[in-house]
Ligand binder design. Structure first.
Ligand code: 3HC
Length: 293
């Protein structure tokens, strides 16, 4: 079943290409296909794509077992996703969502390539957590059709999509992406393009402060996390959340904030930098502030 989404004043989106099949990319592919979009998921090799499809199967299975969706809806979602390693598959997409690692040069090269592959109407969105949308848009000849579409981890469960307008993002592009996010069952909220946008400008300094507290011996990791969980009703404590996000990502965002604002209040905790240097990146490497199986 192909569903054409008629998006108010925005354009019609039928096919979404997601580039990068990691933790964020596979979640984005899942919520897009569950919303009825045709999805093509692209990464560098078949092993990565197989792993991503297994993750999507597992996540949909969880939602079926919790009776949030039916088995046939899960089957339809899977059927709407195709995979491939060739970026030219984006030539049929109305929207491309990039979810590759946070390396500026890689993103600039990719957006330049996408600009030459994709038809004029295609919107190029980035799931970047901290790189300037305006800078990424500058690699293309369509800066009015480049936008930030920042999903939260874990994508299938989190309601927010932070939409970020670059300097030249058009109102039509914003309207189209707001409505696409809504049709995925998300709540889109728009930020302008300043370092860290809203989510990470506020979240990451809090995580960083928790790491300073641990470094200074103010409290144990259990006490720091317990105080913030029980006292502020946060679902996870800040150290557990930093592990969950990835300590390399948190450090990268702190460095972007520090460089972007030139304000010492954004300096990364030395303990955070030391753990990243040691390869203790959190859940994904099995060790961070906590140990994982
Ligand atoms: N798909 C489907 N189900 C999933 C899932 C997924 N991707 N991930 C977890 N679940 C399931 C779990 O398997 C679990 O199922 P079970 O009850 O059958 O075992 C269920 O959801 C609930 O999970 P848990 O019992 O493990 O724990 P919680 O109830 O605490 O929920 C959580 C987990 C939603 C991750 C919650 O702890 C939470 O909201 N944590 C904070 C997450 C957060 O802050 N995210 C934002 C990070 S910042 C970001 O993404 C921006 C970036 O730029 C840095």
């Amino acid at each position: 079943m192909i569903v054409e989404h008629l998006l108010g004043e925005g354009m019609n989106i039928k096919t979404i290409a997601v580039i990068g099949a990691g933790q964020m990319g596979n979640g984005i592919a899942q919520v897009a296909s569950s919303a009825g979009f045709q999805v093509v998921l692209i990464d560098m090799n078949d092993a990565l794509l197989e792993k991503a499809m297994a993750t999507i199967q597992f996540s949909l299975g969880k939602l079926v077992s919790k009776e949030k969706i039916s088995q046939s809806e899960a089957d339809d979602s899977i059927a709407r996703i195709s995979t491939g390693t060739d970026r030219s598959l984006c030539q049929n997409a109305d929207l491309v969502v990039e979810a590759i690692p946070e390396v500026l040069e890689w993103k600039l090269d990719l957006f330049k390539e996408l600009d030459s592959i994709c038809p004029d109407h295609t919107i190029l969105a980035t799931n970047t957590s901290s790189i300037s949308i305006t800078k990424i848009a500058g690699a293309t000849r369509r800066p009015d059709r480049v936008i930030g579409m920042h999903f939260m981890n874990p994508v299938p469960l989190m309601k927010l999509v932070e939409i970020i307008n670059g300097e030249e993002t058009s109102a039509e592009t914003n309207a189209t992406i707001v409505q696409a996010a809504e049709s995925m069952g998300k709540v889109p909220l728009t930020s302008e393009d300043f370092p860290g946008f809203i989510s990470n400008r506020i979240l990451c300094p809090m995580l960083n402060e928790a790491i300073f507290c641990l470094q200074e011996g103010v409290a144990t990791r259990e006490a720091i996390d317990g105080i913030m969980k029980l006292g502020m009703n946060h679902p996870m404590g800040p150290l557990a959340l930093a592990d969950y996000i990835g300590l390399d990502t948190v450090l990268h965002i702190m460095d972007v904030l520090y460089d972007g604002f030139g304000d010492s209040k954004y300096r990364a905790a030395p303990l955070l930098r030391r753990m990243v240097d040691a390869g203790l990146l959190g859940k994904k490497t099995g060790r961070g502030f906590y140990t994982y199986n």
